[in-house]
Ligand binder design. Sequence first.
Ligand code: 5GP
Length: 195
Amino acid sequence: MTNSVKKGTLFVISGPSGVGKGTLVSMLREKHPEIKLSVSATTRNPRPGEINGTHYFFLTKEDFKNRIELGEFLEWAEFSGNLYGTNKNFVEKMLKDGQNIILEIEVQGALQVKNKLKDVILIFIEPPSFEELKERLIKRCTETEEEIQKRLAIVKKELEQKHEFNYVMINDNLDTALQNLKTIILREIDGIKNK
Ligand code: 5GP
């Protein structure tokens, strides 16, 4: 007897820090909780309110590096002085069980996933402008001035990679961007237009 469970679809949502990836993904998942989100590991310190195992798995650098050696990550990258990575077993199991899953990760990691897996839908979210992105990073008050500068310094390089993605969309108006993201994802899952 053959295993008839249809494999899930893997979505990678990427783009510069502050572009609104996290907001869009959580809004999408409020309406579509059946679409799973992979919880990444990171060596950065938790921000106030962040819960271990919910927002990230917060690891020491040593622990993270051991896990790299053990081959636990589907992809990992250094971003702004910290390490971030996606658990390979979790993603493989979800897909095998027929679950659709989202990775919300930065650009280097997204391109690693593209090189490793052929069945992946990559979505790049870009800001309306560099100035707007800067404003958003300042307004969200989660980073220091120095940290914001570090994140802004790599935006140009990140934007240069957008042609590697299957879809590029702008997050100008949040409602419109959410609608666009939802349309892309549901269409890819079901093959049905404008569900
Ligand atoms: P933050 O420190 O703002 O939570 O995340 C910094 C950047 O790392 C964001 O662009 C976020 O999407 C990305 N990121 C989060 N988890 C992962 C991961 O598992 N792998 C990679 N490559 N990037 C990640």
